[in-house]
Design a protein around this ligand. Structure first.
Ligand code: 5U1
Length: 705
């Protein structure tokens, strides 16, 4: 997704965009913001920071303002949040739940006030009061009371329809279930959130119980409210601030401030930092005060909300598509703090990437304690970007340095700067490890790549799971009944650590064994038998497919095919890998230095594991160059009984010769190999005029003639 965030046109001023580029960028922004919205609202797992999200929305609005005819039906400016998730019943809000436009500077706030004056045709001296209150970083909730009784509670969802979380909301002590003296129908809106202390204690409890911990209080609040089992919500320390209303059968008051006071009287918790401001200067003063109190509030906030106080004027101003004209959120800039860099840890990702993580003296950044931050890669530590240009004016980062940490929304904290004046005399430049801390294999960095990667592949525990998934994928071993989900579960439980273990699964967990696959949750007698049979079938595999299945970086299906065609059989290929002659490999058409190094590196690190796997298999030779074979590029179907080779072997042989093997006959079929007992497929092939040969004919073809 990150590659989609920046495109050529994204760097252009809106005024420089032509219509085509604008339309393309709007489409890209709609996609990006939709993904980000779902990740945030539906999955509680944000994929970008709030600041990034806001910047993309601003860009979208700017382009739309310039090209109003290009506004899309699915434009992010026309939508709030994300559709409700599956699993909860839906509730249609009686009045739409709105979101807020953002201001990022004092000037933006001044523009907001001016635009209201213009809209209402008021002169600069006419009195205009606003309310100011913290913007809580939680999740919005709408509570509907009928006859003073809480009848349902719904999340915002997409603003029109939310999720029914009534049972969960009832467990929150700050949400009254009965009201006295309220209008007959009253919808109260506000924010569910989790205080910092409660968040830390909850995460400690979760960690102790081996359960999932939460990245931040907002995710914890969202994850806790959106539980299908309300007893879980009841055990979570959720709170609620009321700040608005939806449908009401009688007005609450004539002004925003009086309406909030009324909600307070009815028993809701409203924010004690709520103020009424008579001038722009007072609004901005409140913003600065709230910002300075931010770290001591005890809960996360990300800005200040201003609302026009007079409700009759609010009514006159009305709404844009999803935001009211009478309110705005004045956002805080990303939060920063200085602290000591106590160490640098290296984490190995699933693709073998070595990622440096700063171990920090714990520091509060905007109310959240931060003790880790990403350092991106070795260039970033050294003070260079990916093109070798200096960043931080070339200042490197060393253990023992004072570094400036910042958080931009929900994302992992980052290091922004380093204070050279506080650098200890004995601090030495950081040496990035050249071997993998997980498995000890060499970690290499390829030209043009900013990331150093472990070459351990299958022997590296950090990578093994992902590699196994590739191994069983469709273009690799393609074992029926053994997809990514099953492999992951077997791997997690220690049943499979390397690909070879797949082929010993039956010996270890088959009939007669103390622990049996058929007794595993989700499996039974039949499915276990089927899986063992499917695995047995795949003991025959073409050389090209086998090489591809190893999941060596830079060796895709085509390259694997080239290597197979060049070396012909497994033994010759293996001998060449052992010889380690990069030049010989590069002499092969289609093999460059990057692939050659990756291949030799993989065999140097994982040779034994690969040999153990190969010993379980029959790797069928690529007898002829695939492109020379009479079946290259053709689609074959096998049917009936083959007597001289198994169906699996025939398939592997055909694929090694460059053919595609399909399961059924269609107009795309070029050749049908029909053994005894062939039925409907042979009939259909004849009807379609497709060539049909017997097994002898197939063997002649397979031998190359
Ligand atoms: N404090 C506060 N947060 N907040 C969020 N007030 C407030 N008002 C909102 C939102 C979305 O919307 C109003 C337009 C009702």
């Amino acid at each position: 997704m990150s590659s989609e965030r920046g495109t050529d046109s994204a760097a252009l001023d809106v005024a420089d965009l032509d219509e085509g580029a604008a339309a393309r960028e709007l489409a890209r922004l709609a996609r990006l913001l939709d993904t980000a919205n779902r990740a945030y609202h539906t999955d509680d797992a944000p994929v970008m920071s709030d600041a990034e999200f806001d910047a993309l929305r601003v860009r979208n609005s700017e382009i739309e303002a310039h090209f109003p005819e290009l506004v899309r039906d699915d434009s992010p400016s026309q939508r709030i949040g994300a559709p409700p998730a599956e699993g909860f019943a839906k509730i249609r809000h009686a009045r739409r739940m709105l979101s807020l436009a953002n201001a990022f500077s004092d000037d933006d706030v001044a523009d907001f006030v001016d635009s209201i004056r213009r809209f209402l045709n008021l002169g600069p001296d006419a009195a205009l009061a606003f309310t100011a209150e913290p913007k809580i970083d939680g999740l919005s909730l709408s509570l509907r009371y009928e006859g003073g009784v809480l009848v349902h509670a719904a999340t915002r969802g997409d603003g029109e329809t939310g999720e029914n979380v009534t049972a969960n909301a009832r467990t929150i002590s700050e949400i009254p279930t009965r009201l006295t003296g309220a209008p007959d129908t009253l919808e109260v809106r506000g924010e569910v959130y989790m205080a910092h202390d409660d968040f830390i204690a909850l995460n400690a409890r979760q960690a102790e119980a081996g359960a999932k911990t939460f990245a931040n209080p907002r995710n914890a609040a969202a994850g806790s409210l959106r539980q299908l089992d309300p007893t879980i919500t009841a055990a979570r320390p959720l709170r609620f601030f009321a700040y608005a209303w939806g449908e009401v059968s009688a007005p609450l008051a004539a002004s925003q401030s009086d309406a909030i006071a009324r909600l307070d009287e009815l028993g809701f918790t409203t924010n004690p930092r709520f103020r009424r401001c008579k001038t722009l200067a007072e609004m901005l003063e409140n913003y600065r005060e709230i910002e300075s109190e931010r770290a001591s509030l005890g809960y996360d906030i990300d800005g200040v909300v201003y609302k026009l106080d007079d409700l009759a004027l609010q009514e006159r101003l009305g709404l844009r598509s999803t935001t009211p004209r009478w309110a705005i959120a004045h956002k805080f800039p990303a939060e920063r703090a200085w602290t000591l860099l106590e160490g640098i840890d290296i984490q190995v990702g699933r693709t073998g990437a070595l990622s440096p993580v700063a171990r920090l003296r714990p520091v509060t950044v905007g109310g959240v304690v931060v003790s880790n931050a990403t350092l991106h890669n070795e260039d970033y530590i050294a003070g260079r970007d990916s093109k070798g240009e200096p960043i931080r004016e070339g200042r490197d980062i060393r253990v023992g340095d004072w570094v400036e940490v910042y958080r931009a929304g929900d994302v992992i904290p980052k290091i922004r700067d380093v204070d050279l004046s506080r650098r200890p005399k004995d601090a030495t430049p950081y040496t990035f490890p050249q071997t993998c801390p997980e498995c000890g294999s060499p970690a290499i960095r390829e030209p043009g790549d900013s990331v150093r990667r472990c070459t351990g592949g299958l022997v590296c525990p950090a990578q093994a799971g992902e590699r196994l998934k590739h191994f069983v994928s469709r273009a690799a071993f393609d074992i029926e009944g053994l997809g990514a989900k099953q492999v992951e579960a077997f791997w997690r439980d220690g049943w499979i650590a390397t690909p070879r273990d797949i082929f010993t699964l039956e010996d270890r967990f088959g009939p007669g064994q103390p622990r049996q696959l058929r007794n595993r949750e989700g499996w039974g007698e039949k499915s276990a038998q089927n899986l063992f049979a499917a695995i047995r079938d795949k003991r025959f595999i073409g050389l090209g497919r086998f090489i591809f299945a190893l999941g060596i970086r830079h060796v895709g299906e085509t390259s694997a095919g080239l290597l197979a065609a060049h070396y012909g059989d497994w033994q010759s290929f293996r001998t060449a890998m052992a010889a380690g002659d990069e030049g010989e490999l590069m002499a092969i058409n289609g093999v460059g230095p990057v692939m050659a190094r990756a291949l030799l590196g993989a065999f140097a690190a994982e040779g034994e594991t690969i040999d153990a796997l190969a010993a379980e298999l029959e790797i069928t030779p690529a007898e002829a160059r695939a492109s020379d074979s009479p079946v290259a590029g053709k689609t074959l179907v096998f049917t009936g009984t083959l007597e001289q080779m198994t169906r699996a072997e025939a398939k592997a042989r055909a694929e090694a010769l460059g053919a595609r093997v399909a399961g059924s006959v269609s107009a795309k079929t070029d050749l049908l190999v029909a053994g005894p007992g062939a039925g409907s497929k042979a009939k259909k092939a004849t009807e379609l005029g497709i060539e049909v040969i017997d097994e002898e004919g197939w063997l002649r073809l397979a031998r190359g003639g």
